[in-house]
Design a protein around this ligand. Structure first.
Ligand SMILES: [Zn+2]
Length: 49
């Protein structure tokens, strides 16, 4: 079973990326990615639907 996730910029709360992953993963995804609104790399956190 796959979970749909949205990766949300921790600075401006823009939802920049969509991804999916196995349900097995327990810990939350925190990843540094480029945010087009902040115009820099920021921490993105998963947000479940
Ligand atoms: Zn941002």
């Amino acid at each position: 079973m796959r979970l749909e996730l949205t990766l949300q910029c921790d600075e401006c709360k823009e939802q920049n990326y969509r991804t999916s992953r196995n349900r097995d993963g327990v810990e939350k995804i925190n990843i540094k990615k480029y945010c087009s609104r902040c115009r820099t790399r920021t921490l993105h956190k998963e947000k479940r639907k």
